[in-house]
Design a protein. Structure first.
Length: 174
């Protein structure tokens, strides 16, 4: 078979194959410029613990004077939403690395009971101060057995002061 005939035959077969694959009676959907929204998960607010101190019979007057209830100025329900919200800047949510309902390690430390533990981590820092510092400057006080620089160092640039307060309020309810 001459070379020209072979090429003609090859192109004919190729053209028939392409025509058979691309023929659709339904026109392709036109692209849209309308914005789309990703589905959001409804998050039920956590119950805010009361801040009323109820002394027992064993508590002395001196001890009750030393106890002070630290004011939390954030909204724990909004903090919970932030904790579970995917942050594109770091490619995950807080809940990706921290269990909110366990003390066990996921990637980072578990958050259950964190409000109480945070108050004892660094002498001279309250739970709120420790939590704020741990979010904004996570390398300052690295929890034992965890590597430094595991937690993103950019939250000071990503969260507003109000968002930080909301996160802290939520973490203290766990």
């Amino acid at each position: 078979m001459p070379k020209v005939s072979r090429l003609f035959l090859l192109f004919a077969v190729l053209a028939m194959g392409l025509a058979a694959c691309g023929g659709s009676d339904t026109p392709a959907a036109a692209p849209t410029t309308a914005p789309t929204t990703a589905p959001t998960e409804e998050v039920a607010p956590t119950e805010v613990p009361t801040e009323e101190v109820v002394p027992t019979e064993d508590v002395t007057e001196e001890a009750t004077q030393e106890v002070s209830v630290e004011e939390v100025v954030g909204d724990p329900a909004i903090g919970q939403e932030l904790f579970n919200e995917f942050r594109a800047e770091v490619n995950f949510a807080c809940a990706t690395c921290h269990y909110p309902d366990k003390e066990e390690q996921l990637v980072g430390p578990g958050m259950l009971g964190l409000g109480e533990r945070a108050a004892t981590r660094v002498e001279g820092l309250s739970a709120t101060e420790y939590l704020r510092n741990s979010i904004l400057h996570p390398s300052d006080y690295v929890v034992e057995n965890f590597p430094d620089l595991l937690m993103p160092q950019v939250y000071a640039d990503l969260f507003t002061e109000e968002q930080i307060n909301n996160l802290i309020a939520y973490l203290k309810t766990l």
